[in-house]
Design a protein. Structure first.
Length: 48
């Protein structure tokens, strides 16, 4: 299992994730997990 991390999301980011999650009929945590995986993947591919 992966590491557990704590992050702070400002209210605008939380609202955006909630809006996307609602449109895709997913939970907030599920949508956030998907988005974070994409960010990490993009970061790894760019070499930063």
């Amino acid at each position: 299992m992966g590491k557990q991390i704590s992050i702070y999301l400002d209210e605008e980011v939380q609202k955006a994730v909630r809006d996307i999650a609602n449109k895709q009929e997913r939970s907030f945590s599920s949508m956030l997990n998907i988005l974070l995986k994409e960010v990490i993947k993009d970061k790894n591919e760019s070499g930063n």
